[in-house]
Ligand binder design. Structure first.
Ligand SMILES: [Mn+2]
Length: 290
């Protein structure tokens, strides 16, 4: 948790050395201790930073360069291994501090449960909040094998906090029958299988709203992002996910924070997942930090 001085270690390309002068803060949440399948996403944030050196600084999609956005890389939050509740509390306090300073939080996971305390913190500041969630999985379970702190529960938790009608999920292709039924009964929006076309329909209805965007890298097909814990066939292409980021950037919603989670380098033998993730982060910075 480094706010006051430039960090000389592994940082995202072109990070600004000064917290106070920055518009956005990149931070890692290296937690993977509640995953139901393969662990390893605790190493995601560091790998995304390392491969970011291979990025161009210019986005031909947005005609913008990284120099035009000031973002500070705060490093990884030093989370206590194995203690999910304390980790979540630390993440919430950390994000509170970023929001108090008036900056845009851009978090890197880590398993998807890390998004729950972030969204909670963002909701405290922006009561008109809506969530845009891109994922292969519903993440709407109440618990997993009796454990409510699980990476399959964060969307259920935020839906119960802010109201299910304020949560919009895209690209969903995996979950229990009961999760889909719960969403339907409670008026929560779920776009199955696709992201871009349904997103284009939803965005005008969210015009003027504060929106937090949480992206699970496994919304991508395993062919595009094999380096993740819970792969699921039948996903979207990286081209569609980039177009979705740009559609949000060009819409009238006010993006107030975002995260990208579940990159797990140990399964990422070609490094294509980390490289894709770092490009997604560049486009999120250039498109959403204004
Ligand atoms: Mn997922």
């Amino acid at each position: 948790m480094r706010f006051d001085e430039a960090y000389s270690g592994n940082v995202f390309i072109k990070s600004h050395p000064n917290f106070e002068e920055s518009q956005a803060v990149i931070y890692g949440m290296p937690m993977d201790w509640t995953v139901s399948y393969r662990p390893g996403s605790r190493f995601g944030p560091a790998r995304i930073r390392e491969v970011s050196i291979g990025l161009e600084e210019y986005s031909p999609y947005l005609d913008r360069e990284l120099d035009e956005v000031k973002y500070f890389d705060a490093g990884d939050i030093p989370l206590p291994f194995g203690n999910a509740q304390r980790s979540l509390d630390m993440i919430e306090q950390f994000v509170d501090r970023i929001l108090e300073a008036g900056k845009f939080p851009l978090g890197l996971g880590g398993e998807h449960l890390v998004s729950w305390p972030v969204m909670k913190a963002v909701y405290k500041k922006y009561p008109d909040l809506a969530i845009i969630h891109m994922d292969a999985h519903t993440d709407l379970r109440e618990h997993y094998e009796g454990e409510p702190l699980s990476h399959s529960t964060p969307i259920r938790k935020i839906a119960e906090l802010i109201g299910p009608k304020n949560v919009y999920s895209f690209g969903i292709r995996s979950g229990m029958k009961e999760e889909f039924e719960w969403a339907k009964e409670n008026g929560m929006y779920i776009a199955k299988f696709d992201v871009l076309e349904p997103l284009k329909e939803v965005l005008p209805t969210l015009a003027g709203r504060s929106v937090y965007v949480t992206i699970d890298i496994d919304v991508l097909d395993p062919a595009h992002a094999p380096g993740t814990g819970t792969v699921d066939a039948g996903g979207i292409t990286s081209k569609e996910l980039l177009a979705a980021i740009h559609a949000i950037a060009r819409s009238d919603v006010r993006v107030v924070g975002a995260d990208l989670v579940e990159v797990a380098p140990v399964y990422d033998h070609s490094e294509q997942t980390a490289n894709t993730a770092s490009k997604l982060v560049r486009e999120m910075l250039l498109g959403w930090v204004k």
